[in-house]
Design a protein around this ligand. Structure first.
Ligand SMILES: NC(=O)c1ccc[n+]([C@@H]2O[C@H](COP(=O)([O-])OP(=O)(O)OC[C@H]3O[C@@H](n4cnc5c(N)ncnc54)[C@H](O)[C@@H]3O)[C@@H](O)[C@H]2O)c1
Ligand SMILES: O=C(O)C(=O)C[C@]1(C(=O)O)C=C[C@@H](O)C=C1
Length: 289
């Protein structure tokens, strides 16, 4: 094995879209030696070996992390702390744990107090994904050109942070650092709220039972584009909604204000106000996307 590898041995805890894609990207970049996958479902882990995502697997978390230089946590947000608790006794001194969880403050509050000084934790979150889950959904280019946010704390080891920054850069990401609370508020706005709206929209329209036929079958581009993310994994989104509760509620309330304004303009048949509302939105979106 080459001495120039960034990571000699890496354990991926949860070999799905996020963990699998990181393994593939780092393999493609020649940045990692051996990749060990750990999860609960044998068929998914076997598929991951077949697809060349991981070199071998175990369902025993301690066996997975034994002698790993880097441990990547890629299970649903509410399980991340428990995964660390399970494997902690087998983690070697000097190892780095990092994660890809969509919420940061609650994860950091759970994991940091568990760790001795010789085991480092760098909280992270790649802002890239799809509505698909599992090893089969993973692909090497997922992170290319996408931001990855790292949320170091006062306890974060600078050398471990530098290594994780380099790792994401090798996977193709643009690394940004910010405090975890800022991360959680920004993500509530640009990711968590849109998912809540998409899930609500599908439920609302799908429950409309005025006609015998299923009206969703008539859906064309607009509905499909808007609701792609409502096909995302319910476990993942339950965990996000539970762990980023305050920031998400703040954004849901903000959304309600604007939706109420729109509803009032529709009710009043106020064309000027409706035009102004749509134009303001179009200009903001066109400017960034
Ligand atoms: N999907 C996205 O778009 C996206 C984007 C960025 C970050 N994330 C975050 O990344 C993490 C993983 O998401 P994903 O999309 O890769 O999900 P996924 O469902 O594709 O993969 C998660 C894997 O973890 C396994 N798993 C679940 N609980 C486990 C446990 N307790 N122990 C071991 N394995 C367990 C599952 O069986 C699955 O194989 C989540 O924390 C999510 O919030 C997701
Ligand atoms: O593109 C998608 O399907 C996503 O939902 C990806 C997405 C998002 O942009 O909201 C979802 C959750 C994350 O934690 C990061 C990215």
């Amino acid at each position: 094995m080459s001495d120039h590898l960034l990571i000699k041995r890496m354990a991926i805890m949860g070999v799905g879209l996020i963990g699998g894609s990181l393994a593939l990207a780092l393999k493609e970049a020649g940045a990692v030696g051996e990749v060990i996958g750990c999860g609960r479902g044998k068929p998914n882990l076997e598929k991951a070996v077949e697809l060349g995502i991981i070199d071998r697997y175990t369902r025993d978390p301690r066996e997975a992390v034994a002698d790993a230089d880097l441990i990547f946590l890629a299970t649903p947000v509410k399980t991340l702390g428990a995964v660390v608790e399970q494997c902690l006794p087998a983690i070697k001194a000097g190892a780095i744990i990092t994660d890809g969880g969509s919420v940061k403050a609650e994860v950091v509050r759970h994991i940091e107090p568990l760790l001795p000084d010789v085991i480092h934790f760098v909280p992270g979150h790649p802002i890239a994904g799809t509505e698909q889950s599992g090893a089969e959904a993973a692909f090497a280019g997922l992170y290319r050109g996408k931001r990855c946010i790292l949320t170091p704390t006062a306890k974060t080891d600078p050398q471990a942070l530098a290594l994780i920054e380099q790792m994401w850069q090798l996977a193709g990401s643009i690394v940004v650092k910010m405090p975890m609370d800022k991360h959680d508020r920004i993500l509530a706005a640009i990711s968590h709220l849109p998912h809540m709206v998409a899930y609500s929209l599908v439920n609302a329209v799908g429950s409309y039972d005025h006609y015998e036929e299923n009206i969703l079958e008539y859906s064309a581009g607009g509905f499909r584009d808007f609701t792609r993310i409502a096909s995302s994994d319910p476990t993942m989104w339950r965990d996000i909604a539970e762990t980023n509760r305050e920031a998400l509620l703040e954004m849901m309330e903000q959304f309600e204000v604007f939706f109420a304004e729109l509803k009032a303009d529709v009710a009043a048949g106020d064309g000027d106000k409706l035009f102004e509302f749509f134009l303001r939105s179009k200009q903001m979106r066109d400017a960034i996307l």
